[in-house]
Structures are given as structure tokens and as C-alpha cells.
Design a protein around this ligand. Structure first.
Ligand code: ADP
Ligand code: MG
Length: 224
């Protein structure tokens, strides 16, 4: 199988002073290239926790995550951050763009960190902005963009290192319907290029766009 992400028997429990919160009980998931996986569930059900575990930003209490044939539970933090920068692109609800850098610089940053030649990184950053219909906004600062434009810049930044997988956590959480639709078109385009897109959301409307849709409920995934 050409799975590029496999979660096996994932559990996550938070141990607090006076309580333990069993957020994920048993999650199994296989994701191949060209899939658009949407995981839907209400606030607090564990969507971000699950996405962060997929993206190696957090470690599971139990279970394994295999990313492009690498079992990431056996890797240390330095190896993981290199792996993340190369193979994964993250898009969050709040774009997390750096306020004092232009669009182009924000997009280029993960590419520069990967050690790629700056000239090639900036060329690719410009190309991505152009693809998203923002060629004329290369030198704008984030505060000079609309919410939808900021999210497109955040997606371009997620794509600068040509990742295998795009992980998106409520990426349309702050967008109106028009911008949400534009954003979903961008994700569909990425899926059609053969990337895997994994998006978590509380919105059933957005879930309709996915090729594989799951409900996260009581720590488990149910196909919808
Ligand atoms: P969602 O993204 O679906 O809204 P989260 O994954 O953010 O849900 O949170 C799931 C549950 O885990 C919530 O009850 C939340 O309070 C709890 N939780 C999340 N992160 C932590 C943490 N670092 N420590 C303790 N509890 C946490
Ligand atoms: Mg969340």
C-alpha cells in the first residue's frame, strides 16, 4: 500500500493533579497519497491533540505513528523537527504569520531553515503566491492582508518544502463562506496533485469536501 501515514492503536491521556483526561482511547488510521481526510467533532473532543500527534508535535501515551515508513515514536526531538520541516506542512486556525516579515519572507522561512538555496526558495515562494492569486501582494505585511489572504499565505508557507502531508487545524475557523470555499479549493487542488491533506474541524459543512470523513467521538474515529 502507498500509505504515507499510519496511526496504530493511538491513545492519549493527560495526567493532571486531580484528574486524568483520557482524550484518545484507540485511534487507527491509514492515509494514502491523494486523499483528503476530514476529521470532524465538537470542541474539546481531541481533534487538535490527534493532529499534533500525527504531526509529531506531541507524543501519544500509547501506539505508533509511522510517517513515510519512519516510526516517529523512536526518533528524538532533533530528528523529528527535521522530519517535520521536510515532510509536513501545518496550517492553523490563527495563521501564525510573523508580523514584521512580508508575505514572501514568511513563506520562504521554512525553506531557508531547510538549507535550500535562498534564490530557489524565494522563486518557489513567488510561484506559490502567484498560484494563489496574490502575486501583487508579495511585499505586504500580514496586517495588510484580509483574513482569507493571510490563510493562503499560511498555506503557501506550509507548501514551501513540498511536503507529503498537509495538516490543517480548523483552518477556516475565522473565515467567511467565500474565503472558506476558496481555501477548500486550494486543499482540493493539493489532493489532486497527490498530496495527502488531513483537516480537523467542528464544521459538518467542511467535512462534505473530504474523500475520507471521520467523526472523532469518545476517543475513537468512526467513518462517516
Ligand atoms: P479540540 O481540538 O477537539 O477542541 P483538544 O485536542 O484541544 O480538543 O482537547 C481535547 C481535550 O484535552 C480537552 O478536554 C482539553 O481540555 C484537553 N487537553 C488538551 N491539551 C491538554 C494539555 N496539554 N493538558 C491537559 N489537558 C489538555
Ligand atoms: Mg482544537
Amino acid at each position: 500500500m502507498n500509505n504515507i501515514l499510519r496511526l496504530s492503536d493511538i491513545a492519549k491521556t493527560y495526567f493532571l493533579k486531580n484528574e486524568t483526561i483520557e482524550v484518545l482511547k484507540e485511534v487507527n488510521l491509514e492515509v494514502g497519497k491523494g486523499r483528503f481526510v476530514v476529521i470532524v467533532g465538537p470542541s474539546g473532543c481531541g481533534k487538535s491533540t490527534l493532529l499534533n500527534i500525527m504531526g509529531s508535535l506531541d507524543r501519544p501515551t500509547r501506539g505508533t505513528v509511522v510517517l513515510d515508513d519512519v516510526d516517529i515514536s523512536s526518533r528524538d526531538d532533533t530528528e523529528l523537527s527535521a522530519l517535520r520541516n521536510k515532510k509536513l506542512g501545518f496550517v492553523f486556525q490563527f495563521h501564525h504569520l510573523l508580523a514584521e516579515f512580508t508575505c514572501l519572507e514568511n513563506i520562504a522561512l521554512p525553506g531557508l531553515l531547510s538549507g535550500e538555496q535562498p534564490r530557489r526558495v524565494y522563486q518557489r515562494a513567488e510561484h506559490l503566491l502567484d498560484e494563489f492569486g496574490m502575486a501583487d501582494k508579495v511585499n505586504r505585511l500580514p496586517e495588510q492582508l484580509s483574513g482569507g489572504e493571510k490563510q493562503r499565505v499560511a498555506i503557501a508557507r506550509a507548501l514551501i518544502n513540498d511536503p507529503l502531508i498537509i495538516l490543517a487545524d480548523e483552518p477556516a475557523g475565522n473565515l467567511d463562506e467565500g474565503n472558506t470555499n476558496k481555501l477548500l479549493e486550494v486543499f482540493l487542488g493539493l489532493k489532486n496533485e497527490g498530496k495527502a491533506v488531513i483537516l480537523v474541524t467542528h464544521s459538518l459543512d467542511i467535512a462534505k469536501t473530504g474523500t475520507d470523513v471521520y467523526n472523532l467521538r469518545e476517543g475513537r474515529l468512526y467513518a462517516m
